[in-house]
Design a protein around this ligand. Sequence first.
Ligand code: ZN
Length: 78
Amino acid sequence: MKTMTCRQLGGPCDLAHRGESADDVINAQDRHLKEAERAGDAAHLPAREEMRSRWRHPKRALGWYRDAKQAFADLPEE
Ligand SMILES: [Zn+2]
């Protein structure tokens, strides 16, 4: 298991996501941003917009996913 925070994934807070793979924490961040948007949390809106634009432009988003996966790979195992 490894831990990545909202901030490490481009968000504004230090909420920690734990997962076995980069996809786990990326999906957890996705859910976290959707919940923050529903809760009317303005601080998370820019990150939410970025997440949305990654869905719309998957090719352009590849660099972001590569960076996120690399950052995850570089983390120590817990
Ligand atoms: Zn957050």
